[in-house]
Ligand binder design. Structure first.
Ligand SMILES: [Zn+2]
Length: 443
């Protein structure tokens, strides 16, 4: 009896594939199953490569309604499963693949599960449910079909993690100005260039600047630049200003969807967002397609969670070079941080309105210290959580540190470069701890 119902459900979901495909916008394929609405749970995800397509299998406890659709530029496939739960680390367990750049999951409408696959190329997604058979329970199958007919297999090389560095303001928008006449737009660009150099020196990371010279740029063009370069992270650099010259210190911000974490954070976001209203020819209205897309993507809490995580790492390093305002990453609705599915943080490096900090902001050695601290923070995050398919995510083995070990000897024993071992594990100090597990990088 049970078998029969499941079989009917399965057939129904298959039938839904062809009829629904025609009813939605071009380029978007949607398939809805008509299974029950009881609570389901994903207890495993498997990935299998087949000729011409990649198959993802979600092992479910219970059945669930689902829909799948593709989004373009950047290429994504979105899977929504109704009334379904999945443990947090589930998607992280999947093996890296050259097609899937990253997999993220989040909760929608309190009970629904959303899984987003960031892809390196356009695919046609198909989905269906399989009824339990033998030892296997309910399965939701997503097939990602190649659009290209060619069967040449691309060699899966390990890509770099891309860091978009955004020097705040520029051109006719000078940003804040210090008492000695220093413009925010100048120091942010100088720090951005130093940061670019340091990041490009680091194995596994590549920097992209949103602007390379003193020119005006709309906030959304900065986001586009990051997106077009497939950035894995965007860091927007700024310098704070306050009427009271005693105000000082660094602070770091991530986007918030539920409002600002403090009144100061809200006011700061308004100030930075105003650049487009004051100097630009476009205002960021809700009608803006970009914003719509952003709001869509923000239903995934994953991006913000990652931003907070990276922000925390950077803050931890910035602490060593400057006093920090707040011990935690602050949140507010910064327009420049609204890059769809790119974790983004905004760093207020210091107060340009504070004479001492203004001097620091102009100093080459201080700028370098700040850039170094940011690089370390970024590296620390990506050594832990690099997207699948990147050099920083890959490793050939793990090594458990013994008393008296040093980085140089371990590198030599494994025949890898010391600097690669350091980059892969974000090792900046020499005091390895016994029992510490380090990853052996791929060459
Ligand atoms: Zn600014």
């Amino acid at each position: 009896m049970k078998m029969k119902t499941d079989r009917r459900k399965f057939l129904k979901s298959i039938a839904g594939l062809s009829s629904l495909a025609a009813s939605v916008a071009p380029g978007i394929l949607s398939a809805k199953s008509s299974a029950g609405t009881s609570n389901a749970r994903v207890h495993d995800i498997r990935l299998a490569k087949n000729k011409g397509y990649l198959r993802l299998v979600f092992d479910l406890k219970g059945t669930a309604e689902h829909s799948v659709f593709a989004l373009h530029k950047p290429e994504r496939v979105v899977l929504d499963i109704k009334n379904t739960k999945m443990s947090h680390g589930m998607v992280d367990r999947l093996q890296a693949d050259s097609l899937i750049r990253s997999i993220r999951s989040g909760v929608r409408n309190k009970n629904d599960l959303r899984v987003v696959l960031d892809l390196s190329e356009s695919v046609t997604p198909r989905s269906f449910l399989l009824a339990p058979s033998g030892k296997l329970g309910h399965r939701l199958v997503i097939d990602l079909h190649d659009k290209k007919k060619s069967t040449t297999v691309k060699k899966a090389s390990k890509r770099d993690v891309i860091i978009a560095i955004d020097a705040g303001h520029g051109g006719r928008d000078p940003g804040a100005t210090g008492r000695s006449g220093t413009h925010e737009k100048i120091v942010t660009l100088q720090i951005a260039k130093r940061l670019e150099k340091l990041i490009n020196k680091q194995r596994g990371m590549k920097a992209v600047l949103t602007r390379k010279n003193d020119r005006y740029m709309r906030l959304r063009d900065r986001i586009h630049k990051a997106r077009d370069n497939h950035a894995d992270l965007m860091i927007s650099l700024h310098a704070d200003a306050f009427p009271d010259p005693r105000a000082r210190g660094s602070s770091i911000y991530a986007l918030s969807v539920d409002g600002a974490s403090s009144e100061t954070a809200r006011m700061l976001a308004e100030k930075e967002n105003a650049a487009d209203l004051l100097f630009g020819d476009v205002n960021l209205t809700v009608e803006d397609q970009m914003v719509k897309e952003v709001l869509f993507d923000l239903s995934l809490t994953g991006t913000i969670e990652s931003s907070l995580d990276i922000g925390g790492e950077i803050l931890g390093q910035i602490k060593t070079v400057n006093r920090v305002h707040k011990k935690k990453v602050q949140q507010a609705g910064f327009a420049v941080l609204k890059a769809p599915n790119i974790p983004s943080v905004l760093l207020e490096t210091a107060f340009i309105s504070n004479p001492r900090e203004e001097k620091n902001l102009r100093s080459a050695s201080h700028q370098q210290k700040v850039a170094k601290a940011i690089t370390r923070g970024v590296n620390k995050y990506f050594a832990r959580k690099a997207p699948p398919g990147t050099w920083l995510a890959a490793y050939e083995g793990e090594y458990s540190v013994n008393n008296g070990d040093d980085v140089k000897t371990i590198a030599k024993n494994y025949n890898v470069k010391e600097e690669d071992l350091r980059a892969r594990n974000a090792l900046y100090a020499d005091n390895l701890m016994a029992g510490q597990v380090i990853k052996i990088p791929v060459s």
